[in-house]
Design a protein around this ligand. Sequence first.
Ligand code: SF4
Length: 94
Amino acid sequence: MATHTWEYGWQWRAACRGEDSGLFFPPGEWESREAKIARERNAKSICAVCPVRIECLEYAVRIREPHGIWGGLNEIERRVLIREQGHGTLRSIG
Ligand code: SF4
């Protein structure tokens, strides 16, 4: 059985399943700094209790996902993580 597909992979256990994706990604229109901080805080509170946080973060780092909250980190935080650690050591942050 393929375990890397969405249907059978880690996404199935994601804490954000059924949540408003608008929490995790910026809106199409301009977003104030305060609104971004509040939105990301709410998204990160979901990630904080997610059983597949590491898998999610590893995926986002591997594909160099440029947008949104993945694994509890936003795009800027992921770039810093990649620069400082490389994605081979992400489990050390879990
Ligand atoms: S870590 Fe966050 S974005 Fe990733 S699957 Fe879990 S809840 Fe969703």
